[in-house]
Design a protein around this ligand. Structure first.
Ligand code: MRU
Length: 354
């Protein structure tokens, strides 16, 4: 199944909190339940939470008792606020909700608004898969036969509706018959690399080695990495990239060792309204994500320890070799070329609307 989908009047999603130990499907019956699933990271990854929020809006439209257009729009605006409050960093969440609100406002009456909501959410989810496959084709051109690729967090099918972004590039290169090897950062504290990327690569039959996050610098310095590929939650107009905590250190070590570093993102992750990465809101997650880690069945942290747990960091654009999108690869100067990539997708959206 897809990571998130509409099924029988409900939103169902793969519960990523339990993988790889257990494959369980979570069903949501309201926008509030979808928001909670996003907040608690049952579903995570920027494009996946965007699609979940879009389906959450469709649920809100179906559950609303409003019989007139204005009443329905005000219920939808309330649902939009609930969904947007779930996580602050991923641009895709805000982009998806705003696309849904725009569609709602174009409905002539309550029935038109309701129908439009499900249609739009479905279209957004279907597009996500196509976008990832196009992105994969562009990015795979950067990967040579025999390459070792360093990857951080999880950017695969689970982080999107299907196929993946950086992991989609890796998957495309593998499907092209290139012999590649992936070094998978475990990605503390939620271990998206160890739990989810390992699980996906195993199923795809792509050779990989799991490494402790702290080992990435060693592999980069000793010439054992050809290219670093990551995803992103938000990219500012100047090419500064917010991604899973630890990405900045990967980019620094890659830069110091002349290893190319490419974030791979759908253009919906690019936020042209933010001039630079300093303006990207960085989510602070609950301290329990760190204090409740166990080793050999025992807590690793003494009781009462003060914890800081930022979920993302910002990599300045000077360490970014290029940004892979569904419309091609944006190279420096990123302020100019990223905008071109995003505007390329707007033109296509216009063509599509005609
Ligand atoms: O906290 P998460 O697991 O939602 O963070 C996910 C990431 O940082 C991914 O790299 C990013 O969303 C890109 S996913 C295609």
């Amino acid at each position: 199944m897809r990571t998130v989908e509409w099924y029988d009047g409900r939103v169902r999603m793969i519960d990523q909190r339990l993988l790889p130990a257990e494959f369980r499907v979570l069903e949501c019956e309201s926008a509030g339940e979808v928001a909670e699933a996003i907040r608690d990271m049952a579903i995570r990854g920027a494009p996946a939470i965007g699609a979940a929020a879009a389906f959450g809006m469709a649920l809100a439209a179906q559950r609303s008792g409003a019989t007139d257009r204005d009443g329905l729009l005000s219920d939808l605006n309330r649902a939009a606020e609930t969904l947007k409050s779930a996580r602050p960093t991923a641009a895709n969440l805000f982009w998806a909700v705003s696309r849904m609100i725009q569609r709602a406002e174009s409905g002539a009456d309550a029935e038109g608004v309701r129908e439009g909501m499900l249609e739009e959410a479905q279209a957004l989810a279907d597009e996500d898969v196509l976008i990832n496959k196009r992105l994969g084709q562009h990015g795979a051109a950067l990967v040579q036969d025999g390459d070792t690729i360093l990857h951080h967090c999880n950017t695969g099918a689970l982080a999107t509706v299907d196929y993946g972004t950086a992991l989609g590039v890796i998957r495309t290169a593998h499907e092209q018959g290139k012999q590649i090897h992936v070094l998978v950062d475990e990605t503390r504290p939620r271990l998206q690399g160890a739990r989810l990327t390992s699980w996906e690569l195993q199923q795809l039959g792509i050779p990989f080695t799991l490494i402790a996050d702290n080992a990435a610098g060693h592999f980069l310095r000793t010439g054992q990495v050809d290219i670093a590929l990551v995803g992103a939650d938000r990219v500012a107009a100047n090419g500064d990239v917010a991604n899973k905590i630890g990405t900045y250190k990967v980019a620094l070590a890659a830069h110091d060792n002349g290893v190319p570093f490419y974030p791979c993102v759908p253009t919906s992750t690019v936020d042209l309204a933010l001039p630079c990465g300093d303006d990207i809101p960085i989510e602070e997650r609950p301290s329990e994500e760190i204090t409740e880690l166990t080793y050999q069945g025992q807590p690793v942290v003494p009781q009462g320890v003060t914890v800081a747990n930022p979920a993302f960091d910002v990599t300045p654009h000077r360490y970014v070799s290029g940004i892979v999108t569904e419309n091609g690869i944006a190279y420096p100067p990123l302020t100019l070329n990223l905008r071109r990539m995003v505007e390329g997708s707007m033109e296509m959206q216009d063509d599509h609307d005609d």
